[in-house]
Unconditional design. Structure first.
Length: 94
């Protein structure tokens, strides 16, 4: 394989890696925003999780418990908030 062809494959590999990384970064941001909205709704409706939407630092895990025909799902969410290393959990619908 010539040096030019090898260089083309390297450039292709770098571009593909950047696109995959950007996709994961965007998906993580969307998931974090969904968890933040869920915590805000729980705070307004039930008076629980007060302020945790503001102090959310890390979404640890999101598992789909049940899916519905309209595209929403009930999810079990584990997350951390600022000032605590404890993992919090709640159930969300989005």
């Amino acid at each position: 394989m010539s040096d030019e062809a090898l260089g083309g494959w390297v450039i292709f590999g770098v571009i593909a890696a950047v696109l995959v990384g950007a996709g994961f970064w965007i998906a993580d941001g969307i998931q974090r925003e969904n968890v933040r909205k869920c915590l805000a709704q729980s705070s307004q409706r039930y008076g629980i999780a007060r302020g945790q939407d503001v102090y959310l630092t890390d979404v640890v895990e999101v598992n789909v418990h049940r899916s519905y025909p309209d595209g929403t799902a009930t999810r079990f969410v584990k997350y951390r908030v600022q000032g605590s290393s404890d993992i919090q959990s709640t159930t969300c619908l989005w």
